[in-house]
Design a protein. Sequence first.
Length: 187
Amino acid sequence: MRPVSRALALVVLAFCISLCLSFCISCTGDRTGLNPQDKAPDIKGRDLNGTETSLRQVPGQVLLVNFWATWCAPCMAELPALQSLHTALKDRGFTVVGVAVDDSPENIREAQAKFGITYPIIIDADSQSKRLYEIKGLPESYVLGPEQRVQIVMDPDGRSGPVTRIVGPREWSEKWASQVLASAATK
């Protein structure tokens, strides 16, 4: 076999192996989250009044979907910043949505009262959203833009680059969210 043919055969073989590996990884559930511009899976549950609700019912041009629980200290620490962000930008089309997982409605109501949370909270009693969004730990957040599609955003930690999944607590700032809102408006 000539050197050019051999090189071409190796490139094709490498491509086939990488394609097979990526297919196998996605089949086994070992992915690392949703891809940019994926339509976000709907999250169904109840609100704090016991009424059935879903992510699709939440209004807003941009949604910051935050997965949290009351037993998670970092989750609780970021609640005031999330509420502040929601209050500052809710009239501009930016909505924070809390998705409470692995928790009781009583504990969630206590946190809502303690921190004055006014943004929508969906209680995911059976934790389906953790599987749908491939949540590995709490807190985790996604930014959804128009048509509730997953957005690539600059991580608000200021140290990381562009992400689709924001892992861990953040100091949510109005400046960061305003930039995300402006970016989504141009898409």
